[in-house]
Design a protein around this ligand. Structure first.
Ligand SMILES: [Zn+2]
Length: 201
């Protein structure tokens, strides 16, 4: 996919995730890695629903803008780059979806999904009978600490991590797949929440 196409896809997916309520109050960030290794990253502190393709900032593997750029990339750029370095895929979407954040407050280290058809929204999952464990890591304002925790918690069957009291990082082979994985995590967390809220039969 060419660079203009990737940037257009990032802007379009940002609008979709805003509409879903995952990027409230300028929260969240999106990125995609180009075939040449440069990463297109959303800027910091801007309503992600207003992003245009040209608003994304190109970064090298060290997080420095290429070419030099006065705009400020997301504060969470370092974690995106750490995920790419771990080989997770070609795009990362981060948001603060409410059911996932709520569940994270009461979980120790994983949220378990099992027996739910929508687990098949995750790439590589072909049956509701496959157990999918969503890692939960503690939040930190130190992006180095958060990056180390995220990389240590990665699970092969789960294209996402949940940061306690904060939000979800999801990734995929494309921007649309990363966004779908973020949406799937929130949908499944909502089901888990509803199941726990129902009185015993
Ligand atoms: Zn966040």
């Amino acid at each position: 996919m060419s660079d203009p196409d990737i940037l257009a896809e990032l802007a379009s997916e940002a609008k979709r995730l805003v509409a879903l309520g995952f990027l409230a109050c300028t929260a969240g960030n999106l990125s995609a890695r180009r075939p040449d290794g440069l990463v297109a990253m959303s800027p910091s502190g801007i309503d992600k629903g207003s992003l245009r393709p040209q608003d994304f900032i190109l970064l090298g593997a060290d997080g420095q803008p290429i070419p030099p750029d006065a705009r400020k990339p997301s504060d969470e750029t370092r974690l995106h780059l750490a995920l790419y370095a771990a080989g997770v895929g070609a795009a990362v979407c981060h948001g603060h979806p409410p059911y996932a954040v709520a569940l994270s407050m009461g979980e120790s280290s994983v949220v378990r999904f099992h027996g739910i058809e929508m687990q098949k929204a995750f790439a590589g999952v072909s049956s509701h009978e496959q157990e999918c464990l969503l890692p939960v890591i503690d939040n930190s304002q130190d992006m180095g600490d958060l990056s180390r925790r995220a990389r240590a918690a990665l699970r092969p069957e789960m294209p996402a991590i949940l940061v306690r009291g904060h939000g979800v990082y999801a990734w995929g082979r494309s921007v649309s797949e990363a966004g779908r994985h973020l949406e799937a995590v929130e949908w499944l967390c909502r089901i888990v929440h509803l199941c726990r809220s129902m009185p015993p039969a």
